[in-house]
Design a protein around this ligand. Structure first.
Ligand code: GRF
Length: 192
């Protein structure tokens, strides 16, 4: 039997996607590291409760973005990480990280890309009175939410929706879609 793949999740905030990935019974890889750039992020406590090693990557402790990302790459390599799943990681991947993990970095975004890349995607769709939003999982390149799309799932925006209810339904879709796509990738489905 071949060895299980090892992966890291990168997150900066609440970590509901991290938790959903961790709680997926049949996840095809082991999440062996959480990389977090915010020392006070709630996701850190979630990782500790789930027994996942945490690497707090403090940008201010490094002279440059290259050195910062090299510090992360060193931690990933030391843990034999092969895949990176971004889940609310609020930094743009630079070439140090992209080159070290070419074709192996994936992100989830709460819109039907290419619509509404970047911040506040749910709010933008809501305020524009769109009737449809959704979730995209995509490979990461040097742009902001621009890499090749792996999977998308639409979510209707109902006339009765508030920002909060819309966000809840989008996140519920994220929590199912991301582990499913991770399993497809690990089991040799989509490639960049
Ligand atoms: C998610 O909506 C994800 O799509 C976006 O950031 C959010 C993170 O939420 N990239 P959480 O920290 O996983 O709850």
């Amino acid at each position: 039997m071949s060895e299980r793949k090892r992966a890291a999740v990168f997150a900066s905030g609440t970590g509901s996607n991290f938790e959903a990935i961790m709680k997926q019974d049949d996840l095809a890889c082991d999440i062996v590291l959480l990389v977090c750039d915010q020392p006070d992020a709630k996701v850190i406590e979630k990782a500790e409760n789930l027994g996942v090693k945490v690497f707090v990557a403090n940008r201010k402790a490094y002279e440059s973005k290259v050195a910062f990302e090299q510090g992360i790459v060193d931690a990933l390599k030391a843990t034999d990480v092969e895949w990176i799943f971004l889940a609310g990681y609020m930094r743009i991947a630079g070439e140090t990280l992209l080159q070290a993990y070419e074709g192996k970095i994936v992100n989830i975004h709460p819109s039907l890309l290419p619509k509404y890349p970047g911040l506040d995607a749910i709010g933008q769709a809501f305020r524009a009175n769109d009737t449809k939003s959704g979730v995209t999982v995509h490979f990461v390149d040097e742009g902001i939410d621009t890499g090749p799309i792996i999977a998308q799932e639409a979510v209707d925006i109902l006339p009765t929706d508030t920002m909060e209810t819309l966000q809840q339904r989008i996140q519920a879709v994220e929590h199912k879609l991301y582990p499913t796509v991770i399993n497809q990738l690990i089991n040799g489905g989509a490639t960049s």
